[in-house]
Write a protein that binds this ligand. Sequence first.
Ligand code: SF4
Length: 498
Amino acid sequence: MSDTKKSHPLSIPLFTRGNQCHKSLWLHEHRPELSQSLDETLQARFDEGHRVGRFARALFPDGRCVTEEADTTDRQLWLTKKLMSSSVMTLYEPVFMFDSVVIIPNILCRTENGWTFYEVKSHGMFHPGILKDVALQYYVLKGLGIEIDRICVVHINTDYVYEKTLDVLQLFKVVDVTDRVKMRVNQTRDTVLTMQRILKAPVFPTIPIGSHCSKPYDCDFKSFCWKHLSDDSVFSISGLSKNQKFALYEQGVREMKDMPAGYPLSDEQVSQVRAHRDGVPTVNKKGLSDFLGTLQYPLCFLDFEAFQSAIPLFSGMRPYEQIPFQFSLHIQAGPDVEPVHYSFLASELGDPRRSFAESLINLVPENGCIVTYDHHLESQAMRHLAALFPDLSRALLKRVSQVRDLIIPFEKGYLYSPAMRGRYSIKTILPAFVPELSYENLVIKNGEMAALSFCKLRLSSDVKEKTDIRFALEKYCEMDTYAMVRIVEVLRVFSDRD
Ligand code: SF4
């Protein structure tokens, strides 16, 4: 039962949610237990956004931060008012309320004609989609009678390269959006009224699933709204556009077995649909055998882990550049020979790139093939390192030329199991074909968690925690390359089967 008598002030996160889907807005306020909890990696992205917001304060120094000086909304509203009527020139995170809408602008600077409002985003480019949020903040400030002469969005400049010291003026780009925001006031007022009406309603609005469920964010109520769809639904057909999938769904075609005859599908999609209909894998033996023919021993199964940071940390680094910090390597000298495992995990102190590149060159031989799963990270990182360290460039680019991508036979549909549910990540392929191996029992289960753990390691001073993290990182990365060893065995078995 929902509590519709309770007041539900709108905030920026709620408004953003409501702009994506009114049902999500209602569920969030009245049935939060139906949502999938925020995972650690999503939380880390929010934390990065806050870190960038704090960093951008250096553009407008010597301000007072309301949310750090006061801890309840009442006190924050009171302190904001006091500071606005004092001689303070810059406020960070002041708090305002108007018409049951609470906002916390990032930065407000006093000018000769009033105030300039800066909204800071950790994005690497300006997204017009954020104008709705900015317009809501302007709507509140205007409603309170605060004179706003300029409205700007501050975002990360991805062309910036860190050189010895961090240049904050170069790190950020400032975009003036004053006119674009001011013209949205009436539209924003109407949206606020609509959302407030929805929040007070006793039941959620009837909204069918659609492309809005993952645009601009993956909705945390998908497990509730999408629960009527099975793994065999048309949404599991790979390579079909979202529009095609929703068009089929709206025509009543939910399961792959109900696909209308003559619907245009590629050869890969036809074999995928057949696998789901028959409940057994489909195999293209020639495709598998051609792919296996491209692999020459020794096979070096290689996987990198890397982290990113909006604020560059090392000389020569750009915002959001991938910094490799770990690799796992299984080298198999010949068919049926037990692979030997090697690994590298950087020290949490300092720049890991040089030691990473040197260890890679020392451990990976210049003959044979380097087998990766979805090679983009590995190939790009090696190319970046080659550009960064000219003395290692030849050796690194030689390794790039040895790369073969194990995702190809799956992407091309040479082998498909219904257990893959239209997905090709190694985390899906492994349990589909090697059920005795799983990432489920590992502490670190994916690359994002690995990156996050390494960042935690860099900040930790707890010796036991550091050991636990290093152990978990080694186990996770080792699993990625051992999984590839087993997947090549699986390909050989299916390729040889009569
Ligand atoms: S899953 Fe889709 S329909 Fe359901 S609340 Fe989320 S966005 Fe709305």
